[in-house]
Design a protein around this ligand. Structure first.
Ligand code: FAD
Length: 504
């Protein structure tokens, strides 16, 4: 493998380093999590004159926002026909309007701060090569007409995918998300905002003044808190764990012998395929994505990157593979993000999550909405995104299915292991074994060293599954992911896995 297993966005980055929290602090608002949601919210709050601290357990942009494909669009799959049927025309219209306003606001900030982030307008396409989905896509076009969305039904597309029908949404956009986040974080600092990196937060005491507790024992006392940690690490009895599920996707970047014809593409068929391009280090890189599945639930051991590349090679004249990476995002019960107050008993704690892989515009919607709530401005989208909403259809159906799946993974994980011996374990692979009555995960590294951990997720106790592609232990219930040595990589878990002295 001579290509890099990192997101293109993280390469050759001209970034500031920020300190970790090394003293107790005070602020009007503490924003926890420095991805697109946290950085944008912190920036907008500081622009409104508030004293704000932004804090992250890693580096800024090291979460999903630094692993995205960064299409900035209101074309979020075939969502408008579904939203019209579940919530009605008015709510579907509001959703579209909020997303288009977000796109415009991103463009406005880029212009205002002269951010060099390859922002460019592109048309977005959904397409299908399946007769059943063709009817659904035609129905989606009908929804566009109902909502006055500027769309076009097509029998051909600029790019060479086998297809029978496509739906275009005009004048959408794309950018380089890390260049944008780095610049916005800098603009936030210049407004007096303070950024702390490498400081995991593990708790919020929500008395009159909220106290944010960092793992390194320091605290931040503040009036209001924004949880922008992707999955809310603090749920405050609002049960987000049962109301969202995580799913992963894979991205491969390549150069081609052909010229990229423009456009951003997404298939609506069972095998998701996504495509856009970017000029990076003076080369035209095609970014091809797909391979979606629930986190921690691996149907087979085949290399997802290999499958992705086989698929890309069928359609395009690949010259050289350059990058590959993967990431995950959360989907809510009714597919509408949760943005607003954590719950009615915690009026001064806000959160934003559940973007269903459409976080470029949704993070801006969230930043605007939460800023308006904190500075007590009216905002037309409060009810639409209110996290405490419940719609009997589709929430109930999805709630049962999500939690049946979680319960199944919980139980199967606990009982479904076989005893086996480490001698049979191949290098660079892992398996679960019983050890003194406990299930543990053992991984044999390239030097044949064994790393053994308790495979019980430290978030809510689900049994973890081995992800052989990334060499991680992944939670099939809520998406926490751990390094084979036990350290937390992402998700709601705060504590590392217990290491086991297996050989003794
Ligand atoms: C493969 C893939 C492709 C995608 N492509 C697109 C696309 O083309 N267009 C689009 O609109 N959307 C896309 N998305 C979705 C989008 O990338 C996400 O919705 C968005 O980046 C989420 O941003 P966020 O700021 O909420 O979360 P994140 O970027 O994950 O930020 C959360 C931050 O919180 C920090 N954190 C977590 N826990 C703690 C803690 N306890 N203490 C302190 N800090 C903590 C993390 O370190 C992280 O930096 C894609 C998603 C995936 C998975």
């Amino acid at each position: 493998m001579n290509h890099k297993r990192i997101p293109l966005w993280q390469e050759d980055r001209d970034r500031n380093n920020y300190p970790s929290l090394d003293k107790n602090e005070k602020a009007e608002v503490a924003v926890i999590g420095a991805g697109l949601t946290g950085i944008t919210t912190a920036y907008l709050l500081a622009s409104n004159g508030l004293d704000v601290i932004l804090i992250d357990r890693g580096k800024i942009g090291s979460g999903t926002s630094g692993h995205t494909t960064a299409k900035i669009t209101a074309q979020h799959g075939m969502i408008y026909s579904e939203f019209i049927s579940h919530f009605g025309k008015e709510q579907a219209q509001l959703y579209f309007q909020s997303q288009m306003e977000a796109l415009a606001k991103i463009e406005e900030l880029i212009e205002k701060h002269h951010i060099d982030c390859h922002f460019e307008k592109q048309d977005a396409y959904l397409y299908t090569n399946d007769e059943k989905n063709k009817h659904k896509l035609e129905a989606e076009f009908e929804a566009y007409r109902t909502l006055d969305i500027d769309g076009e039904g097509l029998l051909e597309m600029p790019v060479n995918f086998p297809m029978s029908y496509a739906l275009k949404m005009k004048d959408q956009a794309q950018f380089h998300p890390m260049a944008y986040m780095d610049a916005l974080a800098k603009a936030f600092s210049e407004l007096g905002g303070r950024i702390y990196e490498n400081t995991p937060v593990y708790d919020i005491d929500s008395a009159d003044h909220r106290v944010i507790r960092a793992v390194n024992q320091h605290t931040i006392v503040c009036d209001q808190v924004v949880i922008a940690t992707h999955f809310p690490f603090y749920e405050g009895e609002a049960f987000y764990s049962g109301r969202m599920y995580p799913s992963r996707s894979y991205v491969a970047g390549f150069t081609s012998n052909g010229k990229y014809p423009g456009g951003m593409y997404l298939s609506v068929d069972q095998q998701t395929q996504s495509l856009r391009s970017i000029i990076h280090n003076e080369e035209e890189i095609w970014l091809f994505g797909g391979g979606e599945h629930k986190t921690g639930q691996y149907k087979h051991n085949e290399e997802p990157y290999r499958l992705l590349k086989d698929m890309a090679s069928q359609h395009f004249d690949v010259k050289e593979w350059k990058y590959e990476w993967s990431a995950q995002d959360y989907t809510t019960l009714d597919k509408m993000p949760y943005i607003g107050r954590l719950n009615k008993n915690r009026q001064k704690i806000f959160l934003a999550t559940g973007y269903r892989k459409w976080g470029m515009t949704n993070s801006m919607v969230a930043a605007n909405l939460i800023t308006d709530m904190i500075i007590q401005n009216d905002n037309p989208y409060i009810d639409l995104y209110r996290p405490s909403r419940f719609h009997p259809d589709p929430d109930l159906k999805q709630f049962i299915s999500t939690n049946t799946n979680v319960a199944k993974e919980f139980i199967m994980g606990k009982i479904g292991n076989k005893n086996d011996h480490i001698d049979k374990l191949e290098i660079n692979t892992a398996k679960k074994v019983k050890h003194h009555g406990q299930t543990i995960g053992i991984y044999k590294d390239t030097h044949e060293k064994i790393h053994a951990v308790d495979t019980t997720c430290t978030h809510l106790g689900c049994e973890l599954n081995w992800n052989n592609t990334e060499k991680t232990w992944d939670c099939p219930c809520h998406g926490s992911r751990f390094h084979y040595k036990g350290d937390v990589i992402e998700g709601p878990a705060i504590k590392p896995l217990n290491k086991i002295d297996y050989l003794n």
